[in-house]
Structures are given as structure tokens and as C-alpha cells.
Design a protein around this ligand. Structure first.
Ligand code: PEP
Ligand code: MN
Length: 336
């Protein structure tokens, strides 16, 4: 950490900062410059909490060299992690994994019809939401535990592992009973109690990026899970909130190669929630693979016009079939 002092900082202020650093059990190395003094902080094992320093008189800014994450960083763990979801491997040296299915589980018929479509097209993991984080309380909130059972039933029927969102700790027992992969949604990326709890489990976790989360915050959220002992974490870029309203979110694809540099965890992309528009999903799916995504999560409904949630961004069967054909072609080209 480097503490940069104001150019007008008095020598007593510099002394006070040095004393505060030493009180934290660290070494302070003043670096006088022609305009201002900087103070290097040495001897720390990782990220230093700067709250006490930042507000001291004469301090202009505090620059961190260490990040608030360590276990998920490539510096600490150079070898890429492969996550296994009931036999499906996600990571480097694995073919891109497609997770697909409806936004919400609506009925036995709907779940099974969607499962048959995505299985036949070649997807590996079946998705479906039972606990839905809807913006308004009057929208369909999901079928809850009944939905989990229907998802499991459909997954077993077509022979696919299943992923579904868990919104709070109280739902974990049920979700773990029926799902192979636990999804933490964008709205819960910083639900630290939930992150710690899934970190104590052996289930793999799909952690979606919060809609206003920086990459540092995203990786720090993953650190919460890994720090509790569960390193089976797949990251998911699903678009962030920007000033742009023409798309539901802004798909930040640069995150994919950057996260692959910074972290050993696999990362997938959800172009459905990122764009909110069915017509953009195929092209952004392909762009994600070109950027190095280890997989995709795409919403598919057998009858999108009648979907209870997110129909506008859901592909129907023939559209998903075409996309899978195109992705196979692209994946072959990328791995050649
Ligand atoms: C979802 O995948 O069902 C979902 C709600 O996504 P997000 O958390 O990314 O909004
Ligand atoms: Mn959705």
C-alpha cells in the first residue's frame, strides 16, 4: 500500500501517519518527493484495511497494491480451476458448457418441454428458476419448492444436471436437495452471509456478477465462498447497469479475458439477461466464446410468447437449435 500525502502536509501529519501504520504492526517507509511525500507500507501479508489511514489529516489518497481477494487470484493459485457439476466439467481444456432452460419453472409440462428442447440441441446443464428475484412484488415469484421438484424431475427425465437460484440461507437445504449447481443471482452477489454459507457446502456454485459490481468486488465476492473452503465456483458475467436503456444491461465482455488473467476460476456469460433481447442473444453468445468464456447460460422456452418471465429474451426451440449448431462450428474453429 502506498499513502500519498497532500503537498501541503505538515511534518507532524506525516509523523502521525507513520505512527498509525506502525500501530497496525506494519512498517512505514517515507518517500519524500519534490512536490509531496509518499509513505510506502511494508510487511503486510495481503490487503490492508485503510479506513483509519484514509481519514488522517494530510492524506491525499491511499493506493492499494494488494487486492481484497487472494485465494481466487492467479497470483496465489496459478493453475486454472476446473469445476465439476455432476460429471460436467467447466474450465480450461473443456469444451464450452451450455446451461439452458426457461427463466422460471412454470409447470410440469413447460419444464419438460423446455428440457427436451435443450437436451436435444446439445446443452449440458438444465436451468430453471424456482425462487425468482423479481423487481416488483406483483410479478410471478416462482413455484418455490414445488418448482425445484419439477426441475429435478425434468433433469432426470432427459438426463441433465440442473442449476437453480438460491436467494437466501433458509432455502439452501431445499435447493441442495434438488439442484446440482447453486446459482447466486446478481442481486445477491454481495449477500455475504449467503456467500459464506454456500462456501461451507460441497455443491458447486454459479456466482453472477452484481449489476453494479466492479471486477474487484465480483472477485472479492467469490473470495467469500472460496475462503470457507469451497473452491468449486463458476463466475458469470450477465451485464451491468449503465446509462444505456436500449438493452436491458450492458454486456461487459472485456471482463472475460480480464478475469481469466486475474483469477483461476472459470467464467461463463449470460447473454439473455445482459441484452434482454432475443435477437441479440445468438451473436453475443458467439462473441462470448471468442472472448474465452468457458460456457454460456441462455434462456430457452418452448413458447416464449406465453412465458411468465423474460419471454422477450428467451429463444424458442428452433432458434436454440440453430444457435447450438453455430456454436459447435465456432468452438471447433476456436480450438483448432
Ligand atoms: C436468472 O438467471 O434467473 C437471473 C435472475 O439472473 P440475474 O441474477 O443475472 O438477474
Ligand atoms: Mn430470467
Amino acid at each position: 500500500m502506498l499513502i500519498v500525502m497532500d503537498h501541503s502536509a505538515a511534518s507532524e501529519q506525516i509523523e502521525a501517519v507513520i505512527a498509525a501504520v506502525e500501530e497496525m504492526g506494519l512498517r512505514a517507509e517515507p518517500i519524500p518527493g519534490s512536490l509531496r511525500t509518499a509513505i510506502g507500507v511494508l510487511g503486510n501479508q495481503g490487503y490492508v484495511e485503510d479506513a483509519t489511514i484514509r481519514n488522517l489529516p494530510g492524506v491525499r489518497e491511499v493506493l492499494h497494491v494488494s487486492k481484497p481477494y487472494k485465494l481466487v487470484s492467479r497470483d496465489f493459485h496459478p493453475q486454472s480451476t476446473t469445476v465439476e457439476v455432476a460429471g460436467v466439467r467447466v474450465g480450461d481444456d473443456c469444451a464450452p458448457v451450455m446451461m439452458a432452460g426457461p427463466c422460471s419453472i412454470e409447470s410440469e409440462e413447460q419444464m419438460l418441454a423446455s428440457a427436451r428442447i435443450v437436451k436435444a440441441a446439445g446443452a449440458q446443464i438444465l436451468r430453471g428458476g424456482a425462487f425468482k428475484p423479481r423487481t416488483g412484488p406483483h410479478s410471478f415469484q416462482g413455484l418455490g419448492v414445488e418448482g425445484l421438484k419439477l426441475l429435478r424431475q425434468a433433469g432426470d427425465e432427459v438426463g441433465m444436471p440442473v442449476v437453480t437460484e438460491v436467494m437466501r440461507i433458509g432455502q439452501l437445504d431445499d435447493v441442495c436437495r434438488y439442484a446440482d449447481l447453486l446459482q447466486i443471482g446478481a442481486r445477491n452477489m454481495q449477500n455475504f452471509d449467503l456467500l459464506k454459507e454456500v462456501g461451507k457446502l460441497r455443491h458447486p456454485v454459479l456466482l453472477k456478477r452484481g449489476m453494479s459490481a466492479t471486477i474487484e468486488e465480483f472477485l472479492a465476492a467469490a473470495e467469500y465462498i472460496v475462503a470457507e473452503g469451497n473452491d468449486q465456483v463458476i463466475l458469470c458475467e450477465r451485464g451491468i447497469r449503465t446509462f444505456e436503456k436500449a438493452t436491458r444491461n450492458t454486456l461487459d465482455l472485456s471482463v472475460v479475458p480480464l478475469v481469466r488473467q486475474l483469477s483461476h476460476l472459470p467464467i461463463i456469460v449470460d447473454p439473455s439477461h445482459a441484452t434482454g433481447k432475443r435477437s441479440l442473444v445468438p451473436v453475443m453468445s458467439k462473441a462470448a466464446l471468442v472472448c474465452g468464456a468457458h460456457g454460456l447460460m441462455v434462456e430457452v422456452h418452448h413458447d416464449p410468447a406465453r412465458a411468465l418471465c423474460d419471454g422477450a429474451q428467451s429463444l424458442n426451440g428452433p432458434q436454440f437449435d440453430t444457435l447450438m449448431d453455430e456454436l459447435r462450428c465456432l468452438a471447433g474453429f476456436l480450438s483448432a
